[in-house]
Design a protein around this ligand. Structure first.
Ligand SMILES: Nc1ncnc2c1ncn2[C@@H]1O[C@H](COP(=O)(O)OP(=O)(O)OP(=O)(O)O)[C@@H](O)[C@H]1O
Length: 272
């Protein structure tokens, strides 16, 4: 494996839980500079896969590499210097301020018993501002709303200054303005050379803000490609069980998806 390569790779990843195969033979590669959107119906296996991609869960089969090196090779602090992960569940039950939490993102860069440096405080301030969470800095995280917690976790991930960002539904709890803001942050990170993987449910947003989409269903990767190739009327019927019209949105220059009806006949047996 070439250790100089950037980005994140999964090679034939499989996850079994209690004898059930939850993720089955998934291979994908996200180079630096790209935002990959991971999409698929509820229960498709997206969270299970991204936990493996982020190195917080161990696959039953296959492997994941970051910058060409196996993720299992890294101790947690070393992994946190290379890859930042924003989980779906952002609940925090300790009495730290938002700023303390974001500062934790810097601990991977300083020795265990060394004090944080001025540069760590500066990067923390920048990350809070970039995530749109600077006004929350001094608030206790136990008192934050769900959307505010999501912004703080994003700020912590940005403060890690990694080459890879993995985010599980990063806009799920956010209002429209903050959704757009965060998706633009992800694009900016990719423009700076990061490899970004984000689980997204809003397919129009996924089409507009991602370079490529990876569509999962029943644990398998159905297809990977440019949004217009993945999000077809046929795919929406076959994988989501939705009758929809897909056309060009002249305003955004991306896809417009008009969901018309639930198409029960199209839903495969395993999801009925
Ligand atoms: N620990 C577990 N034990 C049993 N089943 C599990 C476990 N973890 C996940 N699953 C099952 O695996 C499937 C995939 O779950 P996962 O959370 O990865 O899906 P997802 O695509 O992220 O779904 P969603 O879009 O609803 O968040 C689901 O059917 C879920 O019930």
């Amino acid at each position: 494996m070439n250790e100089t390569q950037t980005g994140l790779c999964a090679d034939r990843v499989g996850v079994d839980i209690d004898g059930l195969t939850i993720v089955d033979d998934v291979s994908l590669s996200v180079p630096g500079g790209e935002v990959l959107g991971l999409i698929g119906p509820n229960g498709a296996g997206k969270t299970t896969l991204v936990r493996v991609l982020a190195g917080v869960a161990v696959p039953s089969r296959g492997s994941v590499t970051v910058g060409g090196a196996p993720i299992t090779r890294f101790r947690p602090a070393e992994r946190a210097r290379r890859l930042a992960y924003v989980p779906q569940d952002t609940a925090m039950d300790f009495d730290f301020t938002a700023r303390d939490v974001v500062l934790m993102g810097r601990h991977a860069h300083v020795g265990r018993f060394e004090p944080l440096r001025p540069v760590d405080h500066r990067i923390t301030d920048d990350a809070l501002a970039e995530a749109g969470a600077d006004r929350l800095a001094e608030q206790l995280v136990t008192t934050l709303s769900g959307g505010e917690r999501q912004l703080v976790q994003l700020a912590k991930a940005l403060a890690q200054r990694t080459a890879v960002l993995v985010l599980d539904e990063p806009v799920a709890a956010l209002d429209l303005r903050h959704q757009l803001h965060v998706l633009q942050v992800l694009r900016r990170q990719a423009a700076r050379g990061l490899a970004v993987v984000a689980v997204l449910h809003d397919l129009e947003q996924a089409a507009r803000f991602c370079d490529r989409l990876a569509l999962m269903d029943a644990g398998r990767l159905v297809t990977t490609g440019p949004p217009a190739q993945v999000l077809t009327e046929q795919t929406l019927a076959e994988i989501y069980g939705v009758r929809a019209i897909v056309d060009d949105d002249v305003t955004t220059g991306s896809l417009r998806i008009t969901a018309l009806d639930v198409d029960d006949l199209a839903v495969p047996q395993h999801r009925k």
